[in-house]
Design a protein around this ligand. Sequence first.
Ligand code: PLP
Length: 452
Amino acid sequence: MYNKETITKLNELDRKHYLHPTSSLKQHQESGPKRIFTEGKGIYLTDVNGNQYIDALASLWNVNIGHGRKELGEAASQQMGKLAYSSSFNNLSHETVIQLSEKLASMTPGDLNVFFYTSGGSESNDTAFKLVRHYWKMKGQPEKKKIIGLERAYHGITMGATSATGIPQFHNMTTSISPDFLHAAAHKTNCELGDKSDPDYFRSIRGIIEKESPETIAAIIVEPIQGAGGVIISPDGYLEAVRKLCDQYGILMIADEVICGFGRTGKMFGVDNWNVVPDIMCMAKGITSGYIPLGAVAMTERLRDNLAAVSNDVLFHGFTYSGHPTACAVALKNIEILERENLADNSRQMGPELLKGLKFLEDKHTIVTKSRVKGLLGAFELFEDREQGIPFNPEKMAAPKLVEECLSRGLIVRAVTFGGTNIIALSPPLIITKEEIEKITLILSEAIQAVK
Ligand code: PLP
């Protein structure tokens, strides 16, 4: 616990000098930072006042192995002492990136055995978009460059990733969303299988492909479970239908596994729940459990071989920190822990406990509905009248208020309010126990009582 003077100083300096990501600037300038954290251990964070919080979002859906794992710091320190940095440009390499690539290849489905490295999810997605366009260009089809994403999808904040994102609020800041990115209605499995009688057919991926012509479409990008859009789980059969559609029309399938990867959904990767193998898989977050920035793009050997066969050119795409040795060393240690402690299994086993907790909330509070969980990714919704399906008036700020009530009771969860929804998302560290889930449920219940 810090003294009062230090806390006041930190608050002042934050307000004066720090522009927070995805935050209200007005609120920041009026009230300063909401909390200043100093420590993390297991599923808990501690702030400057010595208050403890259950981090039921694994911070940003990323701290999969939990906070305070000294082993990761030791792995980073050893790597820095041995080889702090070396570039991978121009076919130079180092031992740790080779080891990580071999390890990832043993984990990813199908022949997704070739890896390009980035510093996070947005860079991974932008890399995927450039790679697929390059692929088609090299194959003599440069007009095949459009990308279809889904409504409510979140793919990040770089230009390509923002364009692919299907949440309009993220487009507001950017005046030049690329017209080569199209957005389809999510999860219209029947349409993707060819049901033209559905009035939404023209908004489905298949409808859009037919309208635009498959000759113009490079790739389709999907999150196996939409995270930031409100934890929307692909219905069974959907990803399989998208895979089929891609095969039918000669379009590449990109899975955005930035949240779903590394055990979050009860399997190592989200697509493993449906046995679908995409052509490209974008990863970040859980690859290092947030201990150091790293992202990766997995592609099939077939895709790499095709690229190599048709292009003698240098691949003009690389970040200074592509394959950063320390990030790779931390990723290797993180994966070792995930496997040693069977955390994907724990995620699968704790999922039903989390769902039980959310159903308890539904039983107890008439404003709670639509609970869903896959692994340790879950959500519920708040409705003014759930029987009649009447949502809360957005001015009531039901979900954001609940998040504040939770925070004041030592629980961190997330509100999703896009498109008039009041969704509460949960994504706790994969080490969580049944007792800790019960604790989360009780705090949520108290907080819901306070906003009713
Ligand atoms: N893709 C998905 C599914 C995400 O949830 C996120 C971030 O939350 C991103 C991409 C962007 O990743 P980053 O913030 O590391 O750039």
